[in-house]
Design a protein around this ligand. Structure first.
Ligand SMILES: [Zn+2]
Length: 182
């Protein structure tokens, strides 16, 4: 039997409460401040440089992760939990770091968009989901019909993939509304 750390993923469209679920999970684990580390990608500047924030204003201190950094460099002998927000924006090279971290018995929890605004698999999330012990899907309400939304629809005509989320640029949509009303 191994004492592998667990990997848990919260995935879904925008406004599904992924960051809230991540913050909630960290709180429930009741760890000391030196026992967990929260990361977010440098591309997500929505909350400023050192916090993750939910759309309803809850925040948590975090490390802003640049692509040239290595996750493993932040681990200390006290680390019990690594939390990663907006994980779709992380470079795939951190997968090997995550495997190493889990191998050390440290738990990893990540949240992110599983699909981009075109409905395509988004960045690191599909690979993380394959590796995960637990994948938890979160849903928002479709902006058009109120049904269960799994897609993020972009309301502005902007071809740049990384456009950080605000409600004026994106809305959650169910599969039917997403595909019918592009
Ligand atoms: Zn709908």
């Amino acid at each position: 039997m191994s004492n592998k750390g667990k990997l848990r993923i919260y995935y879904g469209c925008m406004f599904a409460g992924k960051t809230s679920a991540l913050i909630q999970y960290i709180s429930e684990r009741n760890l000391k401040s030196n026992e967990f580390i929260v990361f977010k990608p440098a591309v997500d500047v929505r909350a400023g440089k050192s916090v993750i924030a939910t759309h309803d204003g809850k925040t948590h201190e975090c490390i802003v992760f640049e692509n040239e950094m290595e996750l493993f460099d932040f681990i200390t002998p006290f680390t019990k939990l690594i939390a990663i927000d907006e994980a779709q924006f992380f470079n795939k090279v951190i997968l090997s770091d995550i495997k190493r971290i889990i191998g050390k018995g440290i738990e990893v929890v990540a949240a992110g968009l599983d699909k981009d605004y075109l409905g395509r698999p988004f960045g690191l999330i599909p690979a993380l989901m394959e590796l995960a012990d637990e994948n938890i899907q979160l849903q928002a309400s479709c902006a058009l019909c109120g049904g269960q939304a799994e897609y993020t629809y972009r309301k502005v005509d902007n071809k740049v993939l990384v456009l950080i989320g605000h409600s004026d640029h994106y809305e959650p949509r169910c599969e039917k509304c997403f595909k019918e009303k592009q």
